[in-house]
Design a protein around this ligand. Structure first.
Ligand code: 13P
Ligand code: SF4
Length: 311
């Protein structure tokens, strides 16, 4: 809980620097509470490109803040915790793309999950997030799709779009992959009427148990609008903060129950993004995001194509 003194300072700093704060659902709850907008990665990328302000504070991991900078290059983008990175964002070798381009020529689209470095985005044809990947892959004219870097989201999309030849890479999210199907089965045994909601970064065997698969926003909506009383949530624990707020606002706080796998999924990088650091980066004007010019143009092209095709 932040002190009133810090909250007052935060409001003064926001005004002084004409700043808007964006936060992902996985960051610490104080950081979410300070944000003007909290959302999934697609919502936040779109928001960054449309806001009219001089400074953006991005409470999230590096690839998210970099995407905001690419889509809004005239703004100063600050990261409260500049070392917060996503390990999956680095799980791709250029050779994988080169070999696929060699084999399939013009009839190949390299589809890159936004959880990737700018260099990888620049190698690719289009970016996607978990909330728009299916729609974008369906809309691409190419039949052959190389989906990078996430093997699990890629596998899910392959099943959802059987008309395409979707090829996979071997990247993964260590936090989502650690959720074991045994844990989900145990929870289902204890709460047989619970709805299993899972993020598509979970392994296939976990997704097979899910009644709902979707992005962080999708999972939150499903839990808030669902008529059921119990939910088993297979994604990072941070989403519970928003779920609880919305469920309370809907008058369902006493009725609904939410369960997470016993080895509670926490993203160690997102968890380091705290409310105090949000205030500190504004105060010190620290953690500014700079994009390597060698990859900026290519990465921006892939992100802009995502925004276009996702509409
Ligand atoms: P969303 O796009 O669903 O917010 O997911 C981002 C992410 O990093 C999931 O681990
Ligand atoms: Fe990356 Fe996984 Fe953290 Fe999402 S939860 S930011 S994919 S490490």
């Amino acid at each position: 809980m932040l002190t009133q003194e810090l909250l007052d300072e935060f409001l003064e700093l926001k005004e002084r620097y004409d700043a808007v704060v964006l936060a992902h659902y996985y960051v610490e709850s104080d950081a979410q509470d300070l944000a003007d907008y909290v959302g999934d990665s697609y919502f936040l990328a779109k928001k960054a490109s449309s806001l009219d302000c001089k400074t953006l504070v991005f409470a999230g991991v590096e690839f998210m803040a970099e995407s905001a900078k690419l889509l809004s290059p005239q703004k100063r983008v600050l990261m409260p915790e500049p070392s917060a990175d996503c390990p999956m964002a680095h799980m791709l070798r250029k050779q994988t793309i080169d070999e696929a381009r060699e084999a399939y020529g013009d009839d190949l689209a390299v589809v890159c999950y936004v959880n990737s470095t700018n260099e990888m985005k620049a190698w690719s044809d289009v970016c996607v997030t978990s909330s728009n990947a299916k729609r974008i892959v369906e809309r691409l004219p190419e039949h052959n799709i190389l989906f990078v870097p996430d093997v699990h989201l890629g596998h899910y999309i392959k099943e959802q779009v059987p008309s395409k030849n979707v090829m996979l890479n071997d990247g993964f999210c260590p936090t989502h992959e650690a959720i074991e199907v045994r844990e989900v089965e145990e929870l289902l045994h204890e709460h047989p009427h619970a709805v299993v909601c899972a993020h598509p970064e979970c392994a296939t065997w976990v997704l097979d148990k899910a009644a709902y698969i979707g992005s962080t926003s999708g999972i939150i909506d499903r839990c808030v609008t669902g008529t059921e009383d119990e939910y088993i949530i297979c994604t990072v624990y941070g989403v519970l903060h928003e779920i609880k707020k919305q469920v309370a606002a809907a008058g369902d706080a006493d009725r609904k129950r939410f369960y997470f796998p016993r080895t509670t999924p926490i993203c160690p990088n997102m968890a380091r993004v705290t409310g105090e650091k949000v205030v500190a980066c504004l105060r010190d004007q620290s953690g500014e995001v700079f994009v390597d010019e060698r990859f900026a143009q290519g990465a921006r092209r892939a992100l802009e194509r995502m925004l276009e095709l996702a509409q």
